[in-house]
Design a protein around this ligand. Structure first.
Ligand code: NIG
Ligand code: FE
Length: 414
């Protein structure tokens, strides 16, 4: 048993009451000005004012005392939506987009997601692991301690499984906790153009059973979008996934308002993601169904689109989470601080709402809240020390990394 005492920290953390936080609750955080965290065997034993934690210790021996020198301590970020398993970047495509070519038009011409599919097909498993690990470790240096990673650049059974094996290895060989998601329905592959229903059948009859049999993914996701998968096709795939025991997530209303958010509510998805174009009509349905709104402002930034309506969602009581969407196309960033800054400055969220969104609500969106997302006793001691006095520093000191130190299960990993 190793016991570590982290003291002299300004601790900010949402408190986990057993469900994601919406409404005024999302803006609440526990604050200890001279706080301490007692960690036993990588788990949080107690948290509070330093004197209070010390009083509770009596004769328990402490192996290590770590002075945080007044730094701000927050839970490690949970990034609940990424595509960071890919083989190559798409810088040329970014140039095309900023010159005015729409994202979906590039995809319709065989580029975009389909060029990443080609690259994944050509990459060996080792090459793919190397590139994925580079991005995962970069995310860690920006404070991400738990990350969801999707497949979706394979689009056939062997390559989807190859991606999921790589994603699994990132969890095994890096300090990060990794949540794997199967996204076989991410685009219609070239040889299925004009026959998308046949591809949906392949996903349902061949890919999903193989993924479920190997227990290599926790969630199934679908990109519901004009010219990609319809709501009906999404419903078919996600219903099949549920029957096989997978949790479900949806790329919903990213470019067009097709009704992805309502589908997420109908099917009881753990999260509906993007929602840039979602009408406010689906907010109540999502609240009733307990779906977390997983917002990805890096995509609005990169696609130059209006941001999701975070204020309306939070005011209505819908829990909002934040994620990077890290991918080589629509949002190439592994930085949760960048996304946090966009949420505060451009989506009008308060720093404490963004903190809840990037930690506890994000943990709920990734199905990991029983272990991470807040500094509550019993959870893993995953936390960050920031170069500033309050979580606002993350948005205020823009474009730089405010994370001085990253601790995973009580061990310093940055
Ligand atoms: O969430 N929209 C679909 N999937 C990703 C983009 C993937 C890519 O462009 O490579 C997204 O935006
Ligand atoms: Fe995405």
């Amino acid at each position: 048993m190793t016991t570590k005492l982290f003291h002299n920290a300004r601790i900010y953390t949402p408190v986990d009451k057993g469900y994601p936080k919406g409404g005024v609750d999302q803006n609440h955080s526990r604050f200890y000005e001279n706080g301490a965290l007692l960690v036993k065997n990588g788990k949080i034993d107690s948290i509070g004012d330093t004197s209070q934690v010390l009083n509770g210790l009596f004769s328990i021996p402490i192996d290590q005392k770590i002075d945080c020198h007044g730094a701000c301590m927050i839970p490690g970020f949970v990034d609940p939506h990424t595509h960071l398993c890919f083989a190559y970047r798409r810088e040329e495509e970014f140039n095309m987009r900023i010159a005015g070519m729409p994202y979906l038009e590039i995809l319709n011409q065989g580029g975009g997601i389909l060029s990443s599919v080609k690259a994944v097909h050509e990459a060996t498993e080792t090459e793919l692991l190397k590139n994925t690990m580079i991005h995962a470790l970069s995310a860690l240096s920006f404070g991400t301690t738990t990350v969801e990673i999707k497949s979706g650049y394979g689009l056939d059974t062997p390559n989807e499984l190859k991606m999921l094996r790589v994603i699994e290895q990132v969890g095994r060989y890096s300090p990060l906790d990794v949540v794997p998601t199967f996204l076989g329905a991410h685009a219609i592959p070239e040889d299925f153009q004009g026959r998308s229903d046949d591809f949906v059948d392949l996903v349902i009859e061949e890919m999903l059973p193989a993924v479920a049999k190997q227990k290599i993914a926790r969630y199934c996701d679908v990109f519901c979008e004009k010219g990609v998968f319809s709501i009906d096709q999404g419903r078919k795939i996600l219903t099949a996934a549920k029957i096989l025991g997978l949790g479900i997530k949806i790329h919903a209303d990213e470019v067009h308002d097709l009704g992805g958010a309502s589908l997420a509510a109908d099917l009881g998805a753990i999260s509906a993601d993007h929602l840039l174009a979602a009408g406010t009509g689906s907010i109540d349905k999502m609240i009733k169904a307990g779906v977390v709104a997983n917002l990805l402002p890096g995509t609005a930034y990169s696609l130059r689109k209006p941001y999701a309506k975070a204020r309306e969602m939070i005011n209505a009581g819908l829990p909002v989470a934040l994620a990077t969407d890290c991918n080589p196309g629509s949002s190439y960033t592994e930085s949760m601080p960048f996304v946090f800054g966009l949420a505060v400055v451009n989506m009008m969220m308060t720093p404490l709402e963004a903190l809840t969104a990037a930690t506890l609500n994000a943990a709920y969106a990734a199905g990991m809240a029983d272990r991470v997302g807040s500094l509550d006793a019993g959870k893993q001691a995953d936390f960050l020390l920031l170069d500033g006095g309050t979580p606002a520093i993350i948005a205020y000191h823009a474009g730089v990394n405010p994370v001085i130190a990253v601790y995973k299960s009580g061990e310093r990993v940055k």
